[in-house]
Design a protein. Structure first.
Length: 485
């Protein structure tokens, strides 16, 4: 779909004059104009404590505005007014008519003050706000033969989708006009910033829906605004929209196109390099990119994102989680030492007890559908390689012991499971999970007979190839020594 009404010459001009724009037209803080609604996909977020092992890295938008306190005024006591004489019917009618005229005049004055003059940047921003706020599935159509009267029409889903596209294209056109009209006037910096917000958000939404030209235009806009003023609100917001776009596209593609996840990770790292002052936003982008790359198997990209948090943002709220994740990602080829805990049946196990045996470590939770799907394969692997010394150790991330007991009994799980009696050490607060930054399940690790991690994560599909080789060395008669005490 073409970019309706976009003036290519204008935007080329915007890029060319980026370096000669008046500096300071945009601040790095969020504008507080009445026209900005604060909405947007994955705009500004804060990491909350996960409620369960299956939590995802959702980025939540929101702006908190506080009003200044007003002094409390104590009204003075008033003298009793003398009783008024009743009005005649004629006087009442005259008074009512006068009051009605005054109300009409006041209403007209309020409307005039509230509605900006047509054609002004303020008017166009108001129109953009209305396009964004009003539901796309409802439109108003004029009633034939009744000038000034309208009827509400409900659109079909297909019609509503087209209407939404029309609105985003219209917003792009209006935003470009406002940017052209306000870019050189410092007093109109707020209007300029608001227009950039609407422009980049609309381009992002159009690109998500398949308009590749909008993705390129968004990237071009972000680069021009960065060259214009590296620390401005406009530069930060436009670059953030690029990151958000790549995140959505990567999530949509998943494992089918891992290049998109790599692109997201690259944009997250680029944002952190360009805007080191945006500590929370940069760290959140990197954390989200790292997690998504892990999910699709791009461990090197994930490690690069987590390392960037560790090195560039040591004071971010994600530092503890990042340290654990990096500890886990750097396990391969290292000896597993920090791994011990109480079991659900009241025992205690440590990785040291399994010396001389290959160990399959299983992080799981009863509410994970993926784990339930994997369970038959896991049990088949455990049974098949038991005679060759394979031990399986589970680390459960549930919170309720009764739920875990029921699940274990129902599915005849025979391996030992680390589960802490202390309620505060359950779920994602499980000490082993916290130490290694495990927040999603299932996860599988493979440790060889020498206690060295050979794969973290371990792909169950590789079980026969790996376990059928040199890793399993002990006969079944020796496995009893590795049982939990």
């Amino acid at each position: 779909m073409r970019d309706v009404g976009i003036n290519a010459d204008f935007w080329s001009g915007l890029v060319l004059v980026a370096c000669v724009f008046v500096a300071g037209c945009g601040e790095s803080s969020t504008p507080q104009s009445q026209f900005v609604t604060g909405e947007g996909d994955a705009a500004v977020a804060s990491e909350s404590t996960p409620t369960g092992p299956l939590s995802t890295n959702e980025i939540d938008g929101g702006v908190v505005t506080t009003a200044g306190e007003l002094p409390v005024l104590t009204p003075k006591a008033k003298k009793a007014a003398p009783a008024a004489k009743p009005l005649s019917e004629e006087a009442k009618e005259d008074l009512d008519a006068e009051l009605e005229d005054d109300q009409d005049v006041a209403a007209e004055e309020d409307d005039a003050a509230a509605a900006p003059e047509p054609g002004t940047p303020e008017f166009k921003l108001r129109e953009m706000a209305l396009l964004k706020a009003s539901p796309a599935h409802l439109i108003r159509e004029p009633i034939a033969g009744k000038p000034g009267e309208f009827k509400e029409v409900k659109l079909t889903p297909e019609e509503a989708a087209k209407e939404q596209l029309r609105r985003w294209h219209k917003t792009v056109d209006l935003a470009l006009e406002v940017i052209a009209e306000t870019k050189d006037n410092q007093e109109q910096a707020q209007l300029f910033n608001n227009a950039v917000y609407y422009l980049t958000e609309s381009r992002k939404q159009l690109a998500i829906r398949g308009e590749a030209d909008q993705a390129q235009l968004l990237s071009d806009n972000a680069e021009a605004l960065y060259k214009r003023d590296k620390t401005s609100f406009a530069a930060v917001e436009s670059a953030l929209r690029v990151v958000q776009l790549t995140q959505v596209l990567a999530a949509q593609a998943g494992r089918q196109d891992t290049k998109k996840a790599a692109t997201f990770a690259g944009q997250a790292r680029l944002f952190a390099e360009k805007f080191p002052q945006e500590t929370n936003r940069a760290a959140m982008n990197l954390m989200a990119a790292g997690r998504l790359c892990e999910q699709v198997g791009l461990i090197e990209d994930a490690t690069a994102c987590y390392t960037a948090i560790e090195e560039k943002f040591p004071d971010s709220p994600f530092q503890e989680t990042t340290a654990g994740v990096l500890r886990r990602l750097r396990l391969q080829g290292e000896k597993l030492t920090e791994f011990a805990g109480s079991t659900i049946d009241g025992g205690y196990i440590s990785i040291d007890q399994f010396a001389g045996h290959p160990v399959l470590v299983v992080f799981w939770a009863s509410n994970s559908q993926t784990f339930q799907n994997d369970l038959p394969q896991l049990q088949a692997i455990a049974q098949k390689y038991e005679d060759r010394g394979l031990m399986v150790v589970g680390v459960n991330l549930d919170k309720d012991q009764a739920t875990v007991d029921h699940f274990i009994e129902k599915h005849s799980i025979s391996w030992h499971n680390i589960f802490f009696s202390d309620v505060s050490s359950r779920g994602v607060n499980n000490p082993i999970a916290r130490h290694y930054g495990v927040t999603t399940v299932p996860q599988y690790w493979l440790v060889n007979a020498n206690g060295v991690v050979t794969a973290a994560p371990f792909d169950l599909k590789q079980a026969d190839t790996v376990l059928g080789g040199k890793i399993a060395v002990k006969p079944v008669s020796s496995t009893k020594s590795a049982k939990a005490e």
